[in-house]
Design a protein around this ligand. Structure first.
Ligand code: KG4
Ligand code: ZN
Length: 346
């Protein structure tokens, strides 16, 4: 295979990102990766405001691309193709990215490739560790949660996923409920370290139901009840109460994911792969308790456990450039009719 250099562009949520990746399928490296977050822009609203996100992407995308190219020591002339997130995500942001990519493609004559954001996450282990297809992935972020068998850059089998909230969303809501700042995941994890996971016995939703689907919204309601009971009893919650609630919540999420991962593993192993691999990606993959639970499951099945470094697990453009590289190798190319798709299941 010919060595390819791809520019990647990502703007589907609240991170504006551009990156350059070089190599071949299963043997590529990141030359540069620029991510400009928007946490502070949305902080006072307690969540991502789509209009504010779209405006920030539109203002920042040009600069991110220029930086990614300059960090890689390249110009657009050195790029073989331009990959851009075409969905799913917040429509305003995705449109900004797609419009810029089309402009760059039309101006330079370089091929354009529209990439599914979820495919970007799902292919990240191939960029960092090169597992062979098919591998099993748990994709867990602020907006997504699904078990996927990744068979090729274009072929994913969804085994199940959340039927309500994404886990990251549940962590964020838990933090809000307990008066902790956003994003809640890292803070709830830190609090949980100081708490007793057994004091509040929170539910393990959907474990009695067959399959790999998960539910996290009931957990939040149970947490709310436990908190309100404490408040009614003694007029407030102590630091220890808060830590115990966080620990109980995190243990419940980890338990549910581990049990559902066992079921997903069993389905995946039936395919008869030579060397089974369980991978995890998305912002929630940062959570050590969840990672440890999944690692245990992988070991039970004699599977290798892979988790890309955090900077490539959370939203970034290197994963988009890399997915674009694999798709381009397979012959995918889009033209100027490429459309932004707010919804785009794998
Ligand atoms: O993948 P990501 O950066 O953005 C998307 O949602 O696409 O994921 C962000 C989510 C947030 O909900 C954040 O609270 C959660 O990942 N998160 C964590 C941890 N670090 C980030 N959740 C649990 N434990 C963590 N350590
Ligand atoms: Zn994402």
């Amino acid at each position: 295979q010919k060595t390819l250099t791809l520019l990647g562009i990502e703007s589907s949520c609240d991170d504006t990102a551009a990156a350059v990746v070089r190599g071949t399928s299963g043997a590529a490296s990141v030359l540069s990766s620029v991510v400009e977050g928007q946490t502070s822009l949305h902080a006072e609203f307690g969540g991502v405001v789509p209009e504010i996100a779209a405006r920030a992407h539109a203002e920042r995308l040009d600069g991110c691309v220029a930086q990614a190219l300059s960090h890689a020591g390249l110009t657009l002339a050195d790029i073989d193709a331009i990959a851009v997130t075409a969905g799913p995500g917040l429509i305003g942001g995705v449109m900004s990215g797609v419009a810029l990519a089309k402009g760059l493609s039309a101006g330079s004559g370089k091929p354009l490739i529209g990439v599914n954001h979820l495919a970007g996450h799902a292919l990240t282990p191939r960029l960092t560790d090169s597992p062979s297809y098919p591998y099993l992935m748990l994709l867990v972020s602020g907006g997504h949660c699904q078990f996927l068998i990744v068979r090729s850059p274009q072929d994913f089998t969804r085994l199940g996923g959340t039927i309500d909230d994404a886990p990251g969303e549940a962590f964020d809501k838990t933090a809000r409920l307990l008066g902790l700042p956003q994003p809640g995941g890292p803070i709830v994890e830190t609090e949980a370290l100081k708490g007793d996971p057994k004091r509040f016995r929170l539910p393990r939703p959907l474990l009695d139901r067959a399959g790999c689907d998960m539910s996290f919204s009931g957990l939040k309601t149970a947490l709310l009840r436990a908190r309100d009971a404490l408040v009614a009893e003694k007029d407030g919650i102590t630091r220890q109460d808060r830590a115990d609630l966080c620990a109980g919540f995190q243990a419940a999420v980890s338990d549910v994911m581990a049990e559902k991962a066992r079921r997903a593993m069993a389905l995946y192993i039936e395919l008869g792969p030579i060397q089974p691999v369980l991978t995890v990606a998305g912002g929630v993959a940062a959570n050590k308790s969840i990672r440890a639970a999944l690692e245990t499951v992988a070991a039970e099945f004699g599977a290798q456990f892979l988790s890309p470094p955090l900077a490539l697990c959370t939203d970034n453009a290197a994963m988009i450039a890399y997915a674009g590289l694999e798709l381009f190798e397979m012959g995918q190319q889009d033209d100027l009719t490429l459309a932004a798709r707010p919804r785009w299941p794998l």
